[in-house]
Design a protein around this ligand. Structure first.
Ligand SMILES: *[C@@H]1O[C@H](CO)[C@@H](O)[C@H](O)[C@H]1NC(C)=O
Ligand SMILES: [Ca+2]
Length: 326
């Protein structure tokens, strides 16, 4: 009897100990197979159920590689089934890695858009898209001062009228963003995109701790149903392996008032853009470190000379006034 109790206590405490970890990954039961990509990828034959591929994408038994670590590659992965769920979470396990220590690029974009299987300039996919892009930008194209470091994660909502400006790393059209080091890890790296009750929340799990860290949250984001999930990546002069290991889509609970609503004809929009900054041309590049140093040296030398001259002049005057006294 006593030993039974101890056993039960042990089991319960073991369960309590594990549950926060399990809770991270198993809170939602409504995984939607038709929007999910998990190992083993291959169905019957060579095709992967529910997913199409474009460009340089290759499927191995352990990952889907959108681009290899080679220049000028572009690849994409697109869900074949449109999403008719209003509230959802997409968790993507990815791996961006390569030989480059300081120079690598260009990055990866995750999509919920109208246009699928279209190549283009925005990380391998179409510009002037309709829907949502979550961009994992590894390379800063911007020469002038940025208000953030790279790698950088940002969100963009487009109704087909906006251009993604690579020269500004999309900062003029982004809803929000966060700096995040997500490259060249040996452990698993994940990103979660939650779209629920018109709120978009992007979180990351990059430290191998099985815990989500919020990257940003934006309210009043309108996205219709019937769009497609996808992922795309490109390399240019700089490169990286851009790998997708898993995509899991969970259907989230609806509020009672949301159950009847037809969302299929909405135009994507977002109430708040991140403080839109004027597109000003870059100021002339600031002085380099060495130039600044030399300039400071000159100023210092001139100052010292002036001080020395001043002291000499003062002493001479003192002497003269002393002479006059005697
Ligand atoms: C599309 O977005 C732009 C920029 O946010 C806006 O000016 C325009 O009115 C929108 N068009 C529609 C049809 O919603
Ligand atoms: Ca960039």
């Amino acid at each position: 009897m006593l030993t039974d109790n101890i056993l039960i206590t042990r089991i319960v405490s073991l369960f309590l100990f594990c549950s926060p970890i399990l809770a991270e990954w198993n809170t939602r039961d409504y995984i939607r197979r038709e929007h999910t990509l998990t190992k083993p990828y291959q169905g019957t034959g060579m095709s992967v159920p529910y997913w199409d591929f474009l460009g340089s994408t290759i499927v191995t038994s352990n990952y889907v590689r959108l681009t290899p670590d080679l220049q000028s590659k572009s690849g994409a992965l697109w869900n074949t089934a449109a999403c008719y769920t209003r509230n959802w979470e997409v968790q993507v396990q990815f791996k961006i890695h390569g030989r480059g220590k300081d120079l690598f690029g260009d990055g990866l974009a995750l999509w919920y858009v109208k246009e699928r299987m279209q190549t283009g300039p925005v990380f391998g996919s179409k510009d002037y898209f309709h829907g949502l892009a979550i961009i994992l930008d590894t390379y800063s194209n911007h020469n002038g001062a940025h208000n953030h470091q790279h790698p950088y994660i940002s969100a963009m909502i487009n109704n087909g009228s906006l251009h993604y400006d690579h020269d500004r790393d999309g900062t003029h059209t982004q809803l929000s963003g966060c700096e995040a080091k997500f490259r060249n890890y040996n452990h698993d790296t994940h990103i979660s995109i939650v779209y629920k009750d018109d709120t978009l929340i992007v979180s990351t799990d990059l430290e191998g701790k099985n815990a989500w860290k919020e990257c940003f949250k934006v309210e009043n984001v309108v996205l219709p149903t019937g769009y497609f999930f996808g992922a795309s990546a490109t390399t240019g002069d700089l490169s990286d392996n851009h790998d997708i290991i898993a995509i899991k889509m969970y259907e989230l609970d609806l509020l009672d008032t949301q159950k009847q609503e037809d969302r299929s004809h909405l135009i994507p929009s977002a109430a708040s853009f991140e403080a839109p900054r004027e597109r000003v041309e870059d100021a002339k590049p600031a002085m380099s470190g060495i130039k600044t140093f030399l300039w400071m040296m000159c100023v210092a030398i001139v100052c010292i000379i002036l001080v020395v001259l001043g002291i000499m002049w003062y002493q001479k005057r003192q002497e003269q006034s002393r002479k006059r006294l005697y």
